[in-house]
Design a protein around this ligand. Structure first.
Ligand code: GLA
Length: 737
């Protein structure tokens, strides 16, 4: 049983394949954290691992209080000196709480008592939110633990699901107002874990448009450190992921704790070191500009945090996230399917296309083995630039005289699939939609509405707006044979407000927007199960686990330069599997950084994701087109291992002049070694790179020349690699004999 309970001491022990996560209820009300890390069978007496008499200066005692009836309790230690499992504001833990609310009398004190718990096999969906899931109840066990504040009727439930074999634990929080008065939730963290000590490193993924998810690490020190988003999207700037690791941890060794938020909007992820050198990790909805009014009888579900512990460094942490997300976060028929190799016309034509041009691009693409033609921005309204027509999802007959159905049929008659770009959450001021419904965008009456890329954001906190978009997209998707949708979102939120919400609910707008968006995505993806949806937000501005629940792949970055992509894809792989990363070969000089890289390397970089092209293949030389055809053949022969195998990051571009990745199939029968040089070096030195995850007793045959290598030899001696030329690359495929 992966959840063990000691009724005597009220100790709860969650066990995955290799992890133990333990906490206990102290004084009938305080959940105290005892252990997160390597698995143990039993922890023995609690007071041998925790000192309940410890004091934090100036903090009140845990259980010395003056009750309303004049009763007193003895002096004890302070809970502020303890690692807590969840902390309420208004009790003797004076650190930043995990939960903060305001009640009818104006007070913000929450003093809940432990009520009880339930354990059941399986995992329930989270109401209205994306989350990991089970396909059979045997895959996970769930613990729900209730705390009730007798004065206000607030009931807060800590929710834990233990994915035993996937080796991960998920957490979230569910709140009910069982009292008669309103409760205003001001802050609710989905997870709080307090670790002894402060000798840690904090790692996160940060950047900007076109350089998303670069890896940054910092030593943890006293006080606050962390990341957040207040932008109305998880954002290019910080990804909703942090890892706390022991200082000496590396790719293959050391304790690493990964936390990932399954949410696409404003979030916070922090580490705080207190006066007792306890490091508190918190993750949840960003409390900044947030308030949720909970009427009597109402409930609130906080989003999920996925927690992964690895005793074997960052590599193992990532592999656990990848396995879980591939199978129990992504959904739908495309989850396990080999997805089409696509060509997208954006960088080939931008807005300047017509039906003939698109059909010609498709024809050439078909001749080299591409499966899917994606028509990007500019097909609707009168959109010849980015200054108009978002919201008017009707084909521009000037460019497409036969409309979307006519074009789709032409593409399909070539033996290809057809895909279409939308930006459903946006509206241009110059659009019929905006002229008809000027109050349908996020805004605050009397304030100016800041434009971003000349557009405004539709108010998805409104059910009527969401329903309109569901219908508008459904009309297009059911009116033509469309196989794929690229769902874009090209600006962040400012002047966040909704005209339909009353004054005391305005600060709910950003979260209500996300709930509305998730409803729209749930409806459309289930209404059109045969359509492959790819997420996008100016590239990877919303590359998060929330989106992956609805769309199994996301356009990783608007930067399609092969060398820039090394960094972006490497950083993204910290959490997200290769099969979720849209990756295209584009033209040179590259449109973002003007770099010229060989077509072979552009292909080898894109092959480490969901492969595609984003250029007019007709403009390549014949020799290059032949190479492209070969690339597609190679990719199709190895994609199963790349998307479903284990990833070993062998060299980081953040640490040296090259990057090396290895993908190994689950049965260890195939290994793909990818090497990418950044700059060529004179008299270049050898880097001997050891492979990992192979069968040491197996013999592996190198596909390109039939050379044979023992698995032990590849893992213990490695391959000698050199950076001889700028932007060179190599992909070796090994098959076990
Ligand atoms: C965003 C996307 C691009 C492209 C353009 C179209 O920037 O990330 O791939 O679709 O929008 O306007």
């Amino acid at each position: 049983m992966p959840i063990l309970v000691d009724e005597q001491t009220k100790t709860f022990h969650l066990q995955t394949k290799s992890t133990s996560y333990i906490f206990a209820i102290y004084c009938g009300r305080y959940p105290v954290h005892l252990h997160y890390g390597k698995k143990v069978k039993d922890i023995g007496a609690i007071d041998t691992i925790i000192d309940f008499t410890g004091r934090a200066s100036f903090a009140p005692e845990s259980a010395a209080y003056l009750g309303m009836d004049g009763s007193t309790a003895e002096d004890t230690g302070s809970i502020e000196a303890l690692p807590m499992e969840y902390a309420f504001y208004g009790h003797p833990d004076l650190r930043t709480p995990s939960f903060h609310a305001q009640y009818a009398n104006g007070s913000t004190i929450t003093a809940p008592e432990y009520i009880g718990y339930r354990i059941y096999a399986g995992k329930k969906p989270l109401k209205g939110l994306p989350a990991t899931y089970v396909e059979s109840d045997s895959e996970a066990d769930t613990l729900e633990m209730d705390f009730k504040d007798p004065l206000t009727g607030l009931v807060l439930t800590l929710q834990y699901s233990v994915f035993t074999n996937y080796d991960a634990i998920t957490r979230s929080v569910y709140i009910q107002n069982t009292g008669k008065d309103i409760i205003n939730i001001k802050s609710v963290m989905s997870a709080n874990v307090d670790f002894y000590g402060k000798n840690y490193t904090l790692t996160h993924l940060d950047g900007s448009w076109a350089r998303e998810r670069h890896i940054h690490s910092q030593p943890v020190t006293n006080g606050f450190q962390g990341i957040d988003s207040k932008r109305g999207a998880s954002s290019h700037v910080h990804n909703p992921f942090i890892a706390l690791s022991e200082v000496s941890a590396g790719e293959n060794y050391g304790d690493v704790y990964g936390f990932n938020f399954v949410y696409s909007g404003n979030f916070i992820a922090e580490a705080y070191v207190d006066q007792s050198d306890i490091t508190r990790v918190m993750m949840g909805l960003n409390p900044f500009d947030f308030n949720w009014k909970l009427e009597s009888g109402e409930d609130f579900q906080a989003p999920e945090v996925v927690m992964v512990y690895s005793s074997e460094g960052f590599g193992q942490m990532s592999r656990i996230f990848h396995r879980l997300y591939r199978k129990r976060l992504c959904r739908g028929k495309f989850r396990d399917a080999e997805r089409p190799v696509l060509i997208n016309n954006w960088e080939a034509t931008y807005f300047n296309f017509n039906e003939e041009k698109i059909v010609n691009i498709a024809k050439t693409a078909k001749s080299v083995g591409v499966d899917l033609m994606v028509l990007d921005d500019g097909w609707f309204g009168k959109r010849d630039t980015d200054n108009c027509s978002l919201g008017d999802w009707v084909a521009d007959k000037k460019k497409l005289p036969n409309g979307i159905p006519g074009l789709a049929k032409k593409i399909q008659s070539l033996g290809m699939q057809f895909g279409l770009w939308f930006e459903p959450e946006m509206v241009s001021p110059d659009s019929d939609l905006f002229r008809a419904h000027p109050d349908w965008c996020l805004h605050v009456d009397g304030r100016r509405m800041s434009l971003g890329r000349k557009q405004l954001i539709l108010d998805f906190s409104r059910a009527d707006v969401c329903d309109y978009i569901i219908n508008a997209l459904s009309d297009v998707l059911s009116g033509a044979p469309i196989n794929y949708v690229k769902w874009d979102m090209n600006r962040n939120m400012s002047e966040i407000g909704s005209v339909l919400l009353p004054a005391d609910r305005q600060r709910e707008t950003a979260h209500r927007y996300m709930l509305g968006l998730y409803r729209v995505m749930e409806t459309l993806t289930s209404r059109f199960p045969d359509v492959l949806f790819e997420g996008c937000s100016g590239g990877g501005g919303r590359f998060d686990a929330g989106m992956l629940y609805y769309m199994p792949q996301i356009w990783t970055s608007d930067d399609s330069d092969a060398i820039e992509r090394l960094f972006i894809q490497y950083g993204t792989s910290m959490v997200y599997p290769s099969g979720t990363m849209g990756a295209h070969v584009s033209a040179v000089p590259n449109h973002q950084v003007h770099r010229v890289t060989p077509i072979g390397t552009r292909g080898n970089v894109a092959m480490a994701g969901q492969f595609g092209y984003e250029l007019d293949l007709g403009l390549l030389s014949k020799a290059e087109r032949t190479e492209v055809a070969e690339q597609i053949k190679t990719y199709k022969s190895i994609r199963n291992v790349i998307h479903n195998g284990d990833l070993y990051r062998l060299r980081s571009p953040f640490e040296c002049n090259h990057m090396a990745l290895e993908f190994v199939s689950e049965d260890k029968n195939t290994a793909i070694f990818c090497y990418y040089s950044i700059l060529g070096k004179p008299n270049s030195v050898v880097d001997r790179i050891r492979l990992e995850g192979l069968d040491p007793d197996g013999v592996y045959v190198l596909q390109e020349n039939g050379a044979e290598f023992g698995g032990d030899r590849l893992m213990n001696l490695g391959l000698n690699m050199k950076d001889k030329e700028d932007f060179a690359s190599k992909v070796y495929v090994f098959h076990k004999k």
